[in-house]
Design a protein around this ligand. Structure first.
Ligand SMILES: Nc1ncnc2c1ncn2[C@@H]1O[C@H](COP(=O)(O)OP(=O)(O)OP(=O)(O)O)[C@@H](O)[C@H]1O
Length: 120
């Protein structure tokens, strides 16, 4: 148990480091908080909660992986290198794919609730 708590503490400190150093990470967390607030406001269904929470978690996890890859690249290649650029840009591309999917999923989940609120 103590070992698990110690590992969880290191993982939390990794998340804290990403939050302190990456503005994109802060943006994704802020969006997740807004989406959770919207879910509570619109009283979305259980299945919608699963979709929304999973999507938000995937975007944040992708940003954490991206931050980790950036750190490894900066350590391995402090100077400019085309492979360093490729690694960073590909990792950023993965976040972009998930962030774009999250926007589309958010519209699919929340637009019907907004329509009911506005027009019914
Ligand atoms: N060591 C390197 N060699 C070559 N290109 C690099 C290297 N480090 C970064 N780059 C490239 O320079 C551009 C900007 O990189 P940078 O890490 O500043 O990205 P950023 O999006 O501004 O990051 P952040 O979100 O942390 O502000 C990217 O295309 C990246 O791939």
């Amino acid at each position: 148990m103590a070992r698990f708590l110690r590992s969880a503490g290191w993982a939390l400190s990794g998340i804290g480091h990403a939050l302190r150093t990456q503005r994109h990470m802060r943006f994704h967390v802020m969006m997740a908080v807004l989406v959770i607030a919207a879910g509570l406001w619109f009283r979305i269904s259980g299945l919608e909660w699963v979709i929304v929470l999973l999507t938000a978690a995937l975007v944040i996890a992708a940003e954490l992986f991206n931050t980790a890859i950036e750190s490894i690249v900066d350590l391995a290649s402090p100077g400019q290198h085309p492979l360093a650029k490729a690694a960073k840009d590909i990792a950023a591309g993965a976040v972009l794919v998930l962030a774009f999917a999250a926007v589309v999923i958010g519209l699919i989940v929340f637009l019907p609730h907004m329509r009911i609120l506005l027009f019914d």
